[in-house]
Design a protein around this ligand. Sequence first.
Ligand SMILES: Cc1cc2nc3c(=O)[nH]c(=O)nc-3n(C[C@H](O)[C@H](O)[C@H](O)COP(=O)(O)OP(=O)(O)OC[C@H]3O[C@@H](n4cnc5c(N)ncnc54)[C@H](O)[C@@H]3O)c2cc1C
Length: 359
Amino acid sequence: MDVVVIGGGQAGLSAAYHLRRTGFVPVRQAAEGDRTFVVLDANDRAGGAWQHRWESLRMATVNGIHELPGFAVPPLGDDESSRDALPPYFAAYEQRFDLDVQRPVRVRAVRRADDDPAGRLVVDTDRGSWSARYVINATGTWTRPFLPHYPGRDRFAGRQLHVADYVSATEFTGQRVGIVGAGISAVQLLDEISRVADTVWFTRREPEWSDEPFDIPARVAAIAGVEERVRRGLPPGSVISVTGMHWTPWARAAQARGVLVRHPMFASLEEGGARMPDGSFEPLDAILWATGFRAAVDHLAPLRLRTPEGGIRAADSRALDEPRLFLIGYGPSQSTIGANRAGRDAVRAIVRDEALLTA
Ligand SMILES: Cc1cc2nc3c(=O)[nH]c(=O)nc-3n(C[C@H](O)[C@H](O)[C@H](O)COP(=O)(O)OP(=O)(O)OC[C@H]3O[C@@H](n4cnc5c(N)ncnc54)[C@H](O)[C@@H]3O)c2cc1C
């Protein structure tokens, strides 16, 4: 096997598309002498993380998705739920380019085959092991929801959930709900839950709202910031930490309804609610943690690439301490357009390596 792609979301499919285009063949269809690849995906069906996002995340409220390379997204209504609308597009994409994604296959570990003179990487899965010259890791973040630790978190008797487990606002009808986080998902869910419940919004810092459109120079600057973090081996950090929040019509409407009233983070949780830093108490029935995700890279642990700061040093999607490994949809490429580009660039780098080796 030449290339194992781990993950069949936007990033993994982009890589598979470019592998196909440069003459690599899915391993199940390969003939003697073909350069081969395989895409391993833990989900039962196509669509990457989109299939799991909450029902109320509509095409109008996603930030704007970028189509996969070489195949336009069919026209979708603003009102369509992204989790219903996008997976069929991904499935059609896999078929159209015959990417032969193998699923459900969960990768448990990637390790070095030190006894192999060809210096391969071994990919251990719940369906056996693969040995590859290159691994393109495209496992996203959805499977690693992040919950910060606060004293008393285990004592709180109400319901706690992360946005990854959020289904719909109606579950909270008539309740008093604490929503933690300063990102887009916190604000979107605050907007919709506040229509059926009392909400209390907790953030660590005062959210920084910008009236400026998040235009191309702003995006380039934000991406360059994350690129630098990743090159230095720092954890990539949340998108909001580099972009800030930009007013949208729906956020303005929520503000006009008086919903975007921010409270500082609570000092601790108690059985019936949150103890505030000034000693006051906020009774709560439920807490929704909109506190983001981390890169799903635990299976790379045997490669020992983590820096003391907790990141993996990478530049142009390639791990600096393991050149056979690419990380796409990671750090600066953690967007649909970034994932597309990183998939293309990883394949170009592999092709360049091969040209150098055969020159
Ligand atoms: C709520 C939310 C909304 C977003 N909205 C937007 C938006 O509007 N526009 C935008 O550009 N970006 C958005 N993003 C960012 C988004 O994450 C990326 O844009 C992109 O969709 C991610 O694609 P991906 O391929 O990197 O990851 P995913 O779509 O998560 O795909 C990763 C795949 O890897 C598989 N996988 C994971 N671990 C393993 C394993 N160990 N073994 C095998 N397979 C594995 C998973 O099953 C999954 O199929 C959003 C993110 C979130 C959380």
